[in-house]
Design a protein around this ligand. Structure first.
Ligand code: BTN
Length: 263
C-alpha cells in the first residue's frame, strides 16, 4: 500500500490543526503535471487551499521550461491553489516566500544531517545539491490575481537520479532521513504553504527575509546571474538578488537563473 493517500494527508493536516477535513485533496496515480490539474480546478472555482498530488508526473516541469524528474511512488509532487489578495505587480517574490517556508520545513526534517539552503530564485539545496524546487504560476486578469498555483517538488526517496542531474540532486533518503512517510511530509508542506501565503498577503516578503538571509546559498559565493559575474550580496525586500561586482558596486538582478561558480 502506498504511503501517499488523501485520507492520510487529511488526517495529518487535522493533527497539525490545519484543516484536513473539508479541504479538497486529490491524489492521482499518474498525471501530466499537478500544476496543470490545479490550474484547471482553480479556473472552475476550486477553493484556496485545494491540494493536488500525484504518485508520478509524466510531464512534470520546473522553471525555465526544465523537466522535473517525477518517477513513480518515490517523491512528492504537490500543487496548492492560493488566492492571495495582492496586486499582480506584487506577486513575483511569492516564490521566495514559499521557498523560505519550504527551506525551514526541510531544515527541520533533515536536522543536522545537512545544511539546507535556499538558492535564489526557487531552489532548495541540501549539501549543495537540489532537494526541492518551487514553481509558482499565476492566473491574472489585468492587474488582478485570480489564483496562484504553488507547485512544489521534493525528492523524498529517489536514490539513483538520471545521469544528467545525478551530480546536482539529492533526496531525504540520500541524506539518511529514516522517516519518509510522504503523506505526513506533504501535509506539513500544505500547512506551510497556506501559512506562507497568508503572511505574504499581509506583509509581502518581509517576514521571510530573516530565513532567506540565514539560508542564502549564494551569499558571499561567486555567482553568475542576469549577465553579471560577481559575489552574492543577499536578497532585497522585493526578492531581487544582489550581486557585488569586482568594482564594489552592488547591482540588482530581478529575474532569471543564478549559477554558483566555483571558487
Ligand atoms: C524548479 O525547481 O524549477 C521547480 C520544480 C517544481 C516541480 C513541481 S512538482 C509539482 C508541480 N508540478 C509540476 O509540473 N511542477 C511542480
Amino acid at each position: 500500500m502506498s504511503d501517499l493517500s488523501r485520507e492520510a494527508i487529511a488526517r495529518a493536516l487535522d493533527a497539525l490543526g490545519a484543516r484536513g477535513a473539508g479541504r479538497r485533496i486529490e491524489v492521482f496515480a499518474s498525471i501530466g503535471s499537478t500544476n496543470d490539474e490545479a490550474r484547471r480546478a482553480a479556473m472552475e472555482g476550486a477553493a484556496a487551499g485545494s491540494a493536488f498530488l500525484a504518485e508520478e508526473q509524466t510531464a512534470g516541469r520546473g522553471r525555465g521550461g526544465h523537466a522535473w524528474h517525477s518517477p513513480l511512488g518515490e517523491n512528492i509532487y504537490l500543487s496548492v491553489i492560493a488566492r492571495p489578495r495582492v496586486p499582480a505587480a506584487s506577486l513575483a517574490p511569492v516564490t521566495l516566500a514559499v521557498g523560505a517556508a519550504l527551506g525551514e520545513l526541510l531544515g527541520a526534517v533533515v536536522g543536522d544531517r545537512a545544511k539546507v539552503e535556499i538558492k535564489w530564485p526557487n531552489d532548495v539545496l541540501a549539501e549543495g545539491r537540489k532537494i526541492a524546487g518551487v514553481l509558482v504560476e499565476g492566473q491574472l486578469r489585468g492587474s488582478e490575481v485570480m489564483s496562484v498555483i504553488v507547485g512544489v517538488g521534493v525528492n523524498v526517496r529517489t536514490v539513483d537520479f538520471p545521469e544528467e542531474i545525478a551530480a546536482r540532486a539529492t533526496s531525504l533518503a540520500r541524506l539518511g532521513v529514516a522517516e519518509l512517510d510522504r503523506s505526513v511530509i506533504a501535509a506539513r508542506m500544505i500547512a506551510a504553504i497556506d501559512e506562507a501565503m497568508d503572511r505574504f498577503e499581509e506583509e509581502r516578503l518581509e517576514p521571510f527575509l530573516g530565513t532567506l538571509a540565514r539560508r542564502d546559498a549564494l551569499r558571499d559565493r561567486r555567482v553568475e546571474a542576469g549577465g553579471l559575474i560577481g559575489v552574492g550580496a543577499g536578497i532585497d525586500e522585493e526578492g531581487r538578488l544582489l550581486v557585488r561586482l569586482p568594482s564594489g558596486a552592488v547591482k540588482v538582478v530581478v529575474s532569471g537563473e543564478a549559477i554558483r561558480l566555483p571558487g
